[in-house]
Design a protein around this ligand. Structure first.
Ligand SMILES: O=C([S-])c1cc(C(=O)S)c[n+]([C@@H]2O[C@H](COP(=O)(O)O)[C@@H](O)[C@H]2O)c1
Ligand code: NI
Length: 394
């Protein structure tokens, strides 16, 4: 069950190997990780996991030893390597998301399309192991909600295949767009493109959410910048109460668009990752009836979702703000009823009480199949949900 909370506390930054090390240290099974990594056709890679101590703090260090020459891979090579493997659909989906973002960022920096990006460092075999390994470890920990602290910028320069680059590296700057970044007086690359791609693809950026904190894990990277530069992962569970997270709210007022286009826009926005999209009727200038479009999304997706609004509506601009939201921990279950199967959502309150909400589309389907009033089906499904909720843990 994916109901644990993972908080990436990027005190010392984040890279692919730091993420994997911290998740292993937080309790992801190394044996199961190795078993799943063998599903990837990367025989020339050996994963090393060892304990290390830096500036008085112990943690795990992960390295990937690569033997022999590796091909220069493009995005499609990496995606087919991942998608043709026996990894779970969730791991494949998350790894694909991360590599697509990396390719988009690299492409923007180098002025080429994501498909043309020739991954030399950021996509070499060790990066594939780091990214796939991180996605596997998150799955092993049952990560349902993933959060991340602001990213420390660092400063100075870094030497890589492109030569000397400023810190944050250009690809990192691209990936940081729309994310909270904090100044940190450390000369060195604290956040790498792979690290930034992982958290910007999978996490909501906020302070630690309300949770019962569990085992923390510490991951170290290849560099020691003279301080305990670890990535800390805090594992937690919702266990009742309310979770707090940051979202962005985007709004625009429209009075000159064919209303038939709104459902299409809604669909595009939800597919691209909007958490919610809604319309409000309003009276605009010169007494014109208009519509306010509101989009709620996870921080980091502002640009992508604003582009969709601007491209697919008559709007010339959008307003953006960050807001905190409180959400109840919830679980989705499929229950059996005499009429057939249906999904229910169970929300948990801090008091220990819960609320069961049947899935409307499933109830509608069963009502049509059995020619019954929707309200009667809804009640049957709710009762089945109540029975299941009594047995399930948060
Ligand atoms: O490989 C490429 S194209 C590359 C691009 C950039 C840009 O910022 S553009 C930076 N780097 C540097 O490579 C190393 C490895 O990064 P990982 O994410 O694979 O750990 C790092 O120092 C990057 O800044 C590479
Ligand atoms: Ni580059």
């Amino acid at each position: 069950m994916n109901d644990s909370i993972i908080y990436f506390d990027c005190f010392g930054g984040i890279s692919g190997d730091m993420a994997l090390g911290a998740l292993l240290d937080a309790g992801a099974s190394e044996v199961l990780l190795r078993e799943q990594l063998r599903l990837l056709p990367l025989d020339s890679c050996t994963l090393h996991v060892f304990e290390t101590r830096r500036h008085g703090i112990r943690g795990l260090r992960v390295t990937v030893e690569v033997s022999g020459d590796q091909p220069h891979r493009r995005l499609t090579d990496i995606l087919s390597l991942i998608n043709n493997s026996g990894l779970s659909e969730r791991v494949k989906h998350n790894a694909e998301k991360i590599f697509r973002r990396l390719a988009l960022a690299e492409g923007r920096v180098h002025g080429i399309s994501p498909e043309e990006v020739h991954f030399h460092e950021v996509g070499a075999a060790d990066s594939i192991v780091d990214v796939a390994g991180t996605c596997i470890a998150l799955d092993l920990l049952g990560a349902g909600q993933i959060y991340c602290s602001p990213l420390p910028a660092g400063h100075g320069t870094v030497r890589c295949a492109h030569g000397l680059l400023p810190v944050p590296a250009p690809a990192v700057c691209e990936l940081m767009r729309g994310l909270p970044v904090r100044a940190y007086d450390v000369a060195g690359e604290l956040v790498t493109p792979t690290g930034a791609a992982i958290v910007s693809s999978l996490a909501c950026f906020s302070t630690p959410p309300e949770m019962y904190a569990g085992r923390p894990g510490y991951g170290f990277g290849s560099n020691d910048y003279g301080f305990p530069g670890f990535l800390r992962v805090i594992r937690g569970s919702a266990g009742g109460g309310v979770n707090r997270e940051t979202v962005f709210v985007m709004e625009t007022d429209i009075d000159d668009m064919n209303p038939e286009f709104f459902p299409h826009l809604d669909n595009l926005l939800r597919t691209a990752g909007a958490l919610d999209v809604f319309l409000t009727a309003e009276i605009m200038k010169k007494g014109r009836p208009g519509t306010r479009l509101t989009v709620i999304g996870p921080p980091g997706r502002e640009d992508e979702l604003a582009d969709i609004v601007l491209q697919h509506s008559s709007s010339l601009g959008v307003r953006l703000r960050r807001e905190l939201r409180k959400i109840l921990p919830r679980k989705s279950l499929t229950v059996d009823t005499p009429l057939g199967r249906a999904r229910v959502k169970i929300a948990f309150f801090a008091s220990g009480c819960h609320r069961v909400t049947p899935e409307y589309e499933d109830c509608r389907r069963l009502a049509l199949d059995h020619n019954l009033p929707l309200a009667a089906v809804y009640e049957q499904v709710r009762r089945a949900g109540e029975a299941a909720a009594g047995q399930c843990t948060r």
